[in-house]
Design a protein around this ligand. Structure first.
Ligand code: GAP
Length: 439
């Protein structure tokens, strides 16, 4: 067991680099601060997190549809949503060392946490977190556009389009997974707070008198999603926001928090956004954004419950929760005990030796498994080391092809957590693994 402190943090960061989960962006140029690239293993983990979210939020429901809205957006959206005026953090500078801090995150508002000097922090300035750029060749204010700081507004501005084309009626939701951008003053803790990140958000439109009931429903549903995918219950909690923490649009918010090595911190916010956004956009655009109930003839502006999660942040929480070390025959084995659904590779195919007679049947086995699962293939090094490499990236099953395979047309299947091995006929392999990987 690794203690849940900086030791775990450092180990996960090192593993991420060493095994190709996450690389510092633009590393060959010295690194571009606070942006990260997801490597061959990381992209699979991140994709699995997003797929699992989509599966539970869209695929397995009858009342939620998807959307993929643009990242570039006109100022009108952010004017109406309140982000131009309110999406700010209070920024202070230290006159002594020049460090910048978010005032609301300081332990002591008098003391610079970088150099320890007292009384040298400037008055707070409100700093808008949105990235602004220009569309087209002319850099002028008429061409200003913003990179979205949340995916949510895409769902609000498309509310009427979705209602008209999907025939959904409240309560129903619109879900989206995609990149968002925030010019964070203090990015940090690896991929926890970055300037470019991915969100998984759903806007759930409900009759106004049902908003409290749906708020509680989504708080519990979202907490259960993390538990079901393997976050231990003693490292996950729901925390209601105090009135002073609420965003400008929110009547109530609860965070799903994970016990990171630095303490409890947010994975997801579930907010009751009321009718704030639809009303704002209706007023600013001059379009009616209401639901017209064909049965009762009633017209109303739905209220919105929003579960808003971070994909990149959540992937890191799953990594931290899964990381384990144990002693095996006098050696330390690192193993990622990831839920099968999140494992980057589900199966690794490993010929026992590089001899041609084993390579060919190994490729045949690989070809039979690939249509079903993401598989790794590795013919280098001793088999024990190859098992360890797969344990480190959380591969649930290793399939080894040895010289007996040529006689009995069977392979050895080794399970990651128990390291138990069993002999399985090649003809039964897909069924065997399907049974063991099923959920
Ligand atoms: N639409 C509501 C909204 O965006 P939020 O709490 O600001 O709410 C939702 O963001 C989630 O997005 C957060 O819980 C977090 O997981 C993720 N997130 C926000 N800012 C982030 C950042 N700078 N880096 C990584 N993830 C971030």
């Amino acid at each position: 067991m690794v203690p849940n402190d900086e030791t775990l943090f450092d180990k996960v960061v090192n593993l991420s680099k060493r095994r190709g989960f996450v690389f510092q962006s633009a590393e060959i140029y010295g690194g571009f601060r606070s942006t990260y690239d997801y490597g061959p293993i990381g992209v699979l983990l991140l994709r699995a997190v997003k797929d699992q979210w989509w599966r539970s939020m869209v695929q397995l429901r009858h009342d939620v549809v998807g959307l993929d809205a643009s990242i570039l957006s006109p100022p009108a959206i952010w004017e109406a949503s309140g982000h131009l005026a309110n999406f700010t953090d209070p920024l202070v500078d230290c006159r002594d060392c020049g460090a910048r801090h978010r005032q609301d995150r300081l332990d002591n508002p008098e003391v610079c946490p970088a150099c320890g000097t007292k009384g040298e922090l400037t008055e707070a300035r409100q700093f808008n977190l949105m990235f602004k750029t220009h569309a087209g060749p002319v850099v002028e204010s008429a061409a200003e556009v913003y990179l979205r700081p949340e995916t949510a507004q895409g769902m609000f501005v498309n509310f009427a389009n979705v209602v008209n084309t999907s025939r959904k009626r409240p309560p129903f939701g619109i879900a989206q997974v995609g990149k968002s951008f925030r010019n964070e003053i203090t990015p940090g803790n690896f991929v926890f707070r970055t300037r470019e990140f991915e969100q998984m958000e759903m806007e759930y439109f409900v009759p106004p008198d049902q908003s409290e009931e749906w708020f509680r429903y989504w708080c519990e549903a979202r907490r259960d999603w993390y538990l079901d995918l393997g976050i231990p219950s003693d490292r996950l909690r729901l925390r209601d926001h105090g009135a002073d923490e609420l965003s400008h649009y929110s009547a109530a918010t609860a965070d799903v928090e994970f016990l990171f090595p630095w303490g409890w911190d947010e994975l997801e916010g579930i907010a009751n956004r009321t009718d704030f956004d639809l009303k704002q956009h209706a007023e600013a655009s001059g379009n009616r954004l209401e639901y017209n109930d064909p049965g009762s003839g009633e017209r109303y502006v739905p209220h919105v419950i929003e579960p808003a999660a971070g994909a990149t942040r959540t992937a890191m929480a799953f990594l931290m929760a899964a990381y384990d070390e144990e002693e095996v025959r006098g050696e330390t084995r690192t193993v990622l005990r990831l839920d099968h659904r999140l494992a980057p590779y589900k199966v690794a195919v490993l010929p026992l030796s590089k001899k041609d007679e084993l390579i060919e049947p190994s490729r045949v086995v690989l070809g039979a498994l690939q249509p079903h699962w993401m598989c790794d293939y590795d013919q280098t090094q001793a088999i024990g080391r190859r098992y360890r490499r797969q344990d480190e990236i959380g591969t649930p099953f290793c399939v080894t092809i040895d010289f007996d395979t040529l006689e009995d047309r069977a392979v050895t299947v080794r399970e990651r957590d128990s390291m138990d091995q069993e002999r399985v006929a090649i003809d039964d392999l897909v069924d065997h693994l399907s049974g063991r990987l099923a959920h």
